[in-house]
Design a protein around this ligand. Structure first.
Ligand code: NAI
Length: 339
């Protein structure tokens, strides 16, 4: 027993020396909607992230159980469950990153915009609390329709006087994850090496994967590119239909959400060259919000990168998506300002 104890304490000492927590800053991450289909696996994935020191799990019900469960995983972060609006402030206080997968998901036959009436109200109230309790946090918006919920959040923050356009992100990472998976299949490339930027927004034709910029390069036919584009745009619907009434993407979304939050944390910690696609305030097009590659830094968005060279097919897609995206943005702004 003695030798085991001394060995473990010496290896602990070594670990402290080489990967001491001194060099990894304390970071609090809050997940709002943490008991849901996305929230639960996302809570688990964030628990596995060594950059997180405190993990706050908030929902209107069910979070004590999720927190007790995830909290037993022997990784760095301390997990606390918060339930009900009375505890929202405590969940948010001191957060560096707030991830929002709260709200209802789609059922077969629904568009993301059909979720607007319920989710817009949820996002508005959660963002009002963020402005009050953690106005400096980076906000990762997952709740749909992202094309409208991000503008709603911006308006809420503007009214509260806390808006910082560098700190508000619509999470479109799942579109990138899907584009990479589908492209790797057709290009016969190792999926881990594949990169595909996805621009525009996060609904139907507003999702525009730029396969002309995909790496590694592959000589795919025009038909294949058209089919890949459509499959990426309809990826969410593919899952909604397969789940047949039991919701939309949760596991792949949790993965994508965890990837994006990790990129935000790395940026905050000063890791150089962290680039992800995200739906942010933008001047890349004439629209006030737009998804494109974004460089992440110590204050959130360090720079919004340009679109690069587009093929004729992509240029056409870009012009086609603008009216729909514009309308969704305006719908969000109007909602936030009407009440
Ligand atoms: P779900 O219904 O399984 O979970 C939603 C959770 O939000 C529930 O636990 C519910 O109690 C909670 N909730 C409701 N009102 C709340 C409030 N006021 N405060 C805190 N929590 C609240 O739904 P799921 O599948 O987890 O989806 C969540 C959202 O994510 C949906 O809006 C869905 O459309 C969206 N989504 C976004 C994707 C993206 O790529 N950005 C991909 C997939 C889904």
């Amino acid at each position: 027993v003695h030798s085991v104890a001394s060995r473990s304490s010496s290896s602990k000492h070594l670990l402290t020396r080489s990967f001491g927590t001194e060099s990894v800053p304390e970071r609090k991450v809050a997940v709002l909607g943490a008991a849901g289909g996305i929230g639960q696996p996302l809570a688990l994935l964030m628990k596995l992230n060594p950059l997180v020191s405190q993990l706050a799990l908030y929902d209107i019900a069910g979070t004590p159980g999720v927190a007790a469960d995830v909290g037993h995983v022997n990784t760095r972060s301390e997990v606390t469950g918060y339930v009900g609006e009375d505890q929202l402030g405590k969940a948010l206080e001191g957060s560096d990153v707030v991830i929002i997968p709260a709200g209802v998901p789609r059922k077969p036959g629904m568009t993301r915009d059909d979720l607007f009436n319920i989710n817009a109200g949820i996002v508005k109230s959660l963002c009002t609390a963020i402005a009050k309790y953690c106005p400096n946090a980076l906000v990762n918006m997952i709740s749909n329709p992202v094309n409208s919920t991000v503008p709603i959040a911006a308006e809420v923050f503007k009214k509260a006087g806390t808006y910082d356009e560098k700190k508000l992100f619509g999470v479109t990472t799942l579109d990138v994850v899907r584009a990479k998976t589908f492209y790797a299949g057709k290009a016969n490339a190792p999926v881990a090496e594949v990169n595909v930027p996805v621009i525009g927004g996060h609904a139907g034709i507003t999702i525009l994967p730029l396969f002309s910029q995909a790496t590694p390069k592959a000589n795919l036919s025009d038909e294949t590119i058209v089919a890949l584009t459509k499959r990426t745009q309809d990826g969410g619907t593919e899952v909604v239909e397969a789940k047949a009434g039991k919701g939309s993407a949760t596991l792949s979304m949790a993965y994508a959400g965890a990837l994006f939050a990790d990129a935000c944390l790395k940026g905050l910690n000063g890791v150089p060259d962290v680039v992800e696609c995200s739906f942010v305030q933008s001047t890349v097009t004439e629209l006030p919000f737009f998804a494109s590659k974004v460089k992440l830094g110590k204050n959130g968005v360090e720079s919004v990168l340009g679109l690069g060279h587009l093929s004729d097919f992509e240029k056409e897609g870009l012009e086609k998506l603008k009216p729909e995206l514009k309308a969704s943005i305006e719908k969000g702004i109007q909602f936030a300002n009407k009440s």
